[in-house]
Design a protein around this ligand. Sequence first.
Ligand SMILES: Nc1ncnc2c1ncn2[C@@H]1O[C@H](COP(=O)(O)OP(=O)(O)OP(=O)(O)O)[C@@H](O)[C@H]1O
Length: 377
Amino acid sequence: MPGEVPPLLSVRGLRTGFDLDEGHVRAVDGVDLTVRSGHTLCVVGESGCGKSITARSILQLVERPGRIIEGQVLYRLGQDHRLLKAPHPSRQDRAAVRAATDGMLDLTRLDPKGTAIRAVRGSEIAMIFQEPMVSLSPVHTIGHQIAENIRTHEEVTKKEARERTIDELRRVGIPRPERRFDSYTFQLSGGMRQRAMIAMALACRPKLLIADEPTTALDVTTQAQILELIQELQEQFDMAVMLITHDLGVVAEVADEVAVMYLGLVVEQCGVDDLFHDPRHPYTKALLDSIPTVGPRAKRRLTAIRGMVPHPYDRPVGCPFHTRCVSAMPGVCDAVVPPTQAVTGPDGTVDRAVRCLLYDSAESVRRGPITAGEAGR
Ligand SMILES: Nc1ncnc2c1ncn2[C@@H]1O[C@H](COP(=O)(O)OP(=O)(O)OP(=O)(O)O)[C@@H](O)[C@H]1O
């Protein structure tokens, strides 16, 4: 795990749920994860495990009846403290800023309707989606939308905003940007719409880009171009990226670190090489065993993960994965929710965080899995 790079965003014990007539859905149930400055964290896991709701919770974008129940989303305030200059801060925003410790502001404490969270969205942390029309309006030209976005976050004239927008469209590879400024989204191909959304997201130079399956709806060639574009822009602006994807091929290509989610929890976060070469959590192992590979491992039999992901209404007691886990310890894993443990690699340094009772502590890794009796303490 690239531990020496400081965290830009640190999510701690995040719980987000939905109050429905049928009951309470624990969509995110204690997520811990870290995004480091300038690095790419890929978030993977089966459908419905809470990847999107985690991302939306970071920016307070979960809509009713969803709500953040507890936890922290700690964001490192930069030198320029752009978001602290948000006009007319509410009492709640001022209290949140006063409570910031070690330069980390808890975004969950910001006023959901205040100016500070609006300043965070876009100018500090931007988000892009699988479907560009979530961010882009069909009734305004793309140029108008991007220019307005710049003017919302920065004090620039209309002319300056227009010039900046044309530069941004050019930067994301949209040909003849002066003319494209006046195009509507229906006049653009899927790939070009995705590029326009990226231009809008990055126009104010956010420090973190959250990308929620940005290429899933695109053909393979366009997918590769868009991922390449994100990587290029990341390097240019020294931006961190949190990329949500189903595609472990993409993970291998772009990730520095990976967070593996299962049923509302991050069960393992580690460096990308450690993930592919030495997975530790039984779910991570099962996930890797279930995908086709090339190279020396290609002849290995593929194994499907047994059973189905339980619905969040029917969360198993104890470790949420124990009903499908080949290493589950009866009387232990069905009783205790595993805490996030720092786990050491072969050289004795901590190389990952794992939520599994097989790894009781960093020490235990060196002496092997703990016994059922120990885990039940
Ligand atoms: N609007 C909603 N109302 C009720 N429950 C919801 C709502 N949105 C999400 N959920 C619940 O939260 C869980 C997590 O959803 P989320 O969209 O974060 O999953 P995901 O991992 O991003 O899945 P996918 O890969 O399919 O996008 C879902 O299983 C669903 O039960």
